[in-house]
Ligand binder design. Sequence first.
Ligand code: FES
Length: 111
Amino acid sequence: MKWYVVPGIELTGQPFIKKIKLSGKGIIIIGYQNNLYALGSACPHAGAELSGGWCKEGKIICPFHRYSYDLKTGKGSPGQNDYVDSYPVEMRAGEVYVGIDTLWDRVFAIK
Ligand code: FES
């Protein structure tokens, strides 16, 4: 796994959703109830931008059709049978880092 620093995020205690691009992937960094989360930015239902959504009860709500996805796991709510990619996110010395599997991580995970 490779870790990327995400510049420009200040944690103020206020909720936020920020879209970034890392390693060719659209990712949203979410600050919600004093925790950080990182999810893919495209809704798996029909491709809407989740960065235009909002958080409620530990889930992000898609602005298009209101599907919802768990902030920790990316798993869709019951009945949706879908998920959005989720990424590990950490604070280190005041900076936000997001971990993304490398090609080798994925190759070895298949074995
Ligand atoms: S595009 Fe997100 S719920 Fe339909």
